[in-house]
Design a protein around this ligand. Structure first.
Ligand code: PEP
Ligand code: MG
Length: 889
């Protein structure tokens, strides 16, 4: 068993391909060493040692110690020193490194190998101030990370020494001061622990190695792993490397560079450096780093020289290395370097994190530069991140004053006047002013206000709260759960800390970061041309899944088509009933005692519905449109509070008591599972008949007016029995026959069903005998499978996720709770009786990349999602197709 892998001097035991064993950092150091780049020598202890460590009661395999000794000797030879040798002291860094980067999650120790003797030796070889500064830094870091002594205790000592000397800055302390401070630090450690700070350099080394392995199971690392789905078994490697020093004078420096601008993707050496400093100085923020490239300094209007100007030779060397690394890894690199007395050393390289905008540009540019092919380019952009590009964003250069922060619940930025109720929001919007709806939390009664608002801000609720889910669906920016907001609707004010804002005051929210700002902040509109459309074009040529949209209005349909939707997968018809001009007729229809009365009310609704559909069909220009017949329980259309009941009673000429009794009669204790969907279609067949007539006549009218014939799909919700579908189908076919008689023809149409109940999924073979298509309604299917309603799930599921009871939110990802399994069963059983059964999905999951991959693998024909997620779905579908090609390879 090989436990230790060395690197340095233009060679290495490992390669970049060995990340699982050596960690990302160790593997890439090996690769850079193999490329002959200047890398300080070192070695990596493998992740397998980490696994062994945890399996064997925190002990090491017997062969580890000799292997480390041998590797250390080799490092000494290359670096011309020896650990613990006062005449030629070797200092090392000890760092963690998992397969994937877990920034700041695990431990690092620098300057290891210093004790009273070696520090004295180092002072002789270099200079005393440098040596004692390194020593006190080492004691501080080691004590904190390995021995568990509070960092602040050392800061106290440092501060009181500075005060005694009457100086402000660490740099004003001389060698003697630092030597004294190092002594005080050691005394303090002795006092805290009851044993001395280790002078034995090997004890130091094994202490640090143990601390790095131990940090794999620190609370913060465990949390990070859970949030990012990183398996515990992966473990971390430990990389031990000879130290180089960026704090050895004016020809020394330390820095971080990206081979392209990580914010915009522009091709340039982008980054920062500090002369005469160690990496931690940059992090501590005591000194402001300077840009690496001259153009960046000029753009920022900086006075102090860029690295290109201050260290031109080293800059040229660094540029050449960056170009080489980028070409080698075929991706944008994020690297760390140190310059020690004019000599450049590479300390790390990895694929750089980038914004969505940069990811897009880099992917397309690299394809053009011949570095990667189109398929690789498609895989380089995270579909979920595209969301960031499709909404207005905050102008990064705008002045802003932050007043609160919550969850980044739905992307995009929005500015507008504060409204505290949905009605207020609607009123302001009707006057053509921008409005932000601010609520403690939202409920289904707020929908009209959410629709009218530019953005939504709530004080309570998580990522799956009503506000968050609905806002994402509508494409409205949303910040949820901004707990510091206190909202007083009665007085029309909200407070956020010291800020007090009134109804009508302007605020700006950023749904991409969760920040809330006072006043108007400049916005940038999204660009859907250039690189975006290039990459989308590549994605479209690869994917098999069609992408449709959920749209109830011609506006939504038009937005979705602009984003590339290839049809409507779900047109919910109930929203059309809520319109203020229609609701009276809807209520008359619901409250009617006699069928004739009901028919009269429906006759008023028919032309309005027909008009709705005509407008949508015109926008869709012959693409398929799935229209779902009425779904929600009828009480949703009735007034609820006593006040509302009395107002409606007055309007409709009903008695209050009478109306309240009717409302109570229709009240359902669990409306989600109640008298809704096809059940209504069977008990009140006139409703579906009216809707079927409106759809068929609208299609006929659009065609007669010279429009492209629409591909009609009429969809029945909440079916659980084949017989339910048969009943409704008979009625629709009869209406079609009547229209044929009246007008001489009728458009062709398909009738299908939603699969949104577990029973429907299991009965798919029966149902498919009657249904020409299935559309998976995974919103209801998830609720009915896990037995949790979506509106109630918010807080509760967030808590479950935090406690690790579940790792993925079933309302986001289809396969998180067995819902996917039901979809698979239904697809397979349905197609077993009807081979060409068309399959789609129209629940929220249709816009989630993981779920889209699942849909591709399950053989669905299309996914349908909200307009703003259409590009996300196009890219995710392409990546799914590529993944299955690669699996076959
Ligand atoms: C569903 O249940 O997944 C669905 C799309 O219908 P709704 O969200 O309207 O219930
Ligand atoms: Mg549903």
């Amino acid at each position: 068993m090989k436990w230790v892998y060395s690197f340095g001097d233009g060679k290495a035991d490992g390669t970049a391909a060995m990340k699982n064993l050596l960690g990302g950092k160790g593997a890439n150091l090996a690769e850079m060493s193999n490329l002959g780049l200047p890398v300080p020598p070192g070695f990596s202890i493998t992740t397998e040692v980490c696994s062994y460590f945890y399996k064997h009661d925190q002990t090491y395999p017997a062969e580890l110690r000799p292997a480390v000794e041998a590797a250390l000797a080799e490092v000494g030879t290359m670096a011309q020193g020896r650990l613990g040798d006062a005449a030629r002291p070797l200092l090392v860094s000890v760092r963690s490194g998992a397969r994937v980067s877990m920034p700041g999650m695990m431990d690092t120790v620098l300057n290891l190998g210093l004790n009273a003797e070696t520090t004295e030796g180092l002072a002789k070889l270099t200079d005393a101030r440098f040596a004692y500064d390194s020593y006190r830094r080492f004691i501080q870091m080691y004590s904190d990370v390995v021995l568990g002594v509070e960092h602040s205790l050392f800061e106290e000592i440092l501060d009181s020494e500075k005060e005694a000397k009457g100086v402000d800055l660490d740099t004003e302390l001389n060698a003697d001061d630092l030597k004294k401070i190092a002594g005080l630090f050691k005394e303090r450690v002795h006092k805290e622990l009851g044993r001395p700070f280790p002078e034995d350099v090997h004890e130091q080394l094994w202490g640090a190695v143990g601390a790095v392995f131990g940090s794999w199971n620190s609370a913060r690392a465990v949390t990070y792993r859970r949030l990012h789905n990183i398996p515990e078994e992966w473990g971390t490697a430990v990389t031990v490397q000879a130290m180089v020093f960026g704090n050895r004078g004016e020809t020394s420096a330390t820095g971080v560079a990206f081979t392209r601008d990580p914010a915009t993707g522009e091709r340039m050496l982008y980054g920062e450096f500090l002369i005469n400093a160690q990496g931690e100085d940059v992090v501590a923020g005591l000194r402001t780093p300077q840009p690496i490239a001259k153009v960046v300094r000029e753009r920022q209007g900086g006075k102090r020289p860029a690295m290109e100007e201050a260290l031109p030779k080293t800059f040229a060397e660094l540029s050449a290395i960056c170009a080489r690394l980028e070409a080698h890894f075929r991706d944008m690199q994020d690297l760390e370097f140190t310059v020690q007395e004019g000599k450049l050393f590479m300390l790390q390289t990895r694929n750089g994190k980038r914004t969505a905008e940069a990811a897009l540009k880099i992917a397309v540019d690299m394809e053009r530069e011949g570095l990667i092919d189109k398929q690789t380019a498609i895989g380089r952009v995270d579909p979920s991140a595209l969301d960031q590009l499709l909404h207005p964003t905050l102008d990064p250069s705008a002045q802003k004053e932050q007043i609160a922060i919550g969850l980044a619940a739905s992307p995009g930025a929005a500015t507008g006047e504060i409204a505290f109720t949905a009605d207020e929001a609607e009123k302001v919007a009707a006057e053509r002013r921008d409005v932000i709806l601010v609520r403690t939390e939202t409920s289904p009664e707020d929908i009209h206000g959410m629709h009218a608002a530019r953005g939504i801000l709530t004080a309570r609720g998580g990522m799956t709260s009503h506000a968050a889910v609905v806002a994402r669906g509508m494409g409205r920016p949303c910040v949820s759960g901004a707990g510091m907001l206190k909202i007083d609707i009665a007085n029309g004010v909200m407070t956020a800390g010291k800020h007090v804002l009134k109804r009508g005051d302007i605020i700006t929210i950023d749904g991409a970061t969760g920040c809330v700002y006072k006043g108007r902040v400049g916005l940038r509109q999204p660009e859907l041309t250039g690189d975006f459309s290039t990459l989308m074009g590549w994605a479209d040529s690869i994917r098999h899944l069609k992408v449709r949209t959920n749209a109830d209005t011609p506006q939504d349909a038009a937005t979705a088509r602009k984003f590339g939707a290839e049809g409507i997968g779900l047109c919910r018809t109930e929203h059309m009933f809520f319109d203020e001009h229609r609701i009276v007729a809807v209520r008359q229809m619901i409250l009617a005692d006699e069928e004739s009365e009901r028919k009269a009310a429906l006759a008023k609704l028919l032309p309005m519905q027909r008009h709705d559909f005509e407008e949508i069909f015109k926008v869709m220009e012959g693409l398929p449109v799935t229209i779902r017949l009425l779904d929600p329980p009828l009480h949703e259309f009735l007034p609820q509070s006593e006040q509302q009941i009395s107002a409606v009673a007055r309007d409709m000429g009903w008695g209050f008591v009478e109306l309240r009794a009717k409302v109570n009669q229709l009240h359902e204790s669990n409306p989600m599972l109640g008298h809704r969907g096809v059940r209504l279609g069977i008990t009140y067949p006139e409703i579906y008949e009216m809707q079927a007539r409106a759809i068929l006549e609208a299609a006929l009218n659009v065609e007669a007016a010279g429009g492209v014939p629409v591909q009609l799909e009429i969809m029945i919700p909440l079916v659980a029995w084949k017989q339910e579908l048969d009943r409704v189908k008979e009625r629709i076919d009869a209406i079609a026959a009547a229209i044929t008689t009246e007008r001489g023809k009728v458009p062709s149409y398909m009738i299908g069903t939603m699969i949104e109940l577990p029973r429907a999924a299991l009965q798919a073979a029966q149902i498919a005998k009657s249904a020409e298509f299935f559309s998976f309604g995974t919103n209801d299917l998830t609720q009915t499978t896990i037995g949790i309603s979506r509106d109630d799930a918010g807080m509760f599921l967030t808590d479950y996720l935090n406690k690790g009871v579940i790792t993925r939110d079933p309302f986001v990802t289809i396969d998180a709770a067995g819902v996917g399994e039901l979809v698979k069963i239904a697809a397979q059983r349905g197609r077993s009786v009807r081979a060409n059964l068309k399959l789609g999905i129209c629940g929220e999951h249709g816009g989630d990349p993981d779920s889209i991959r699942f849909c591709h693998e399950t053989g669905l024909d299309y996914v349908s999602c909200s307009p703003f997620r259409v590009p996300v779905a196009r890219l995710a579908a392409a990546q799914a197709a590529l993944a299955s090609i690669n699996e076959v390879d």
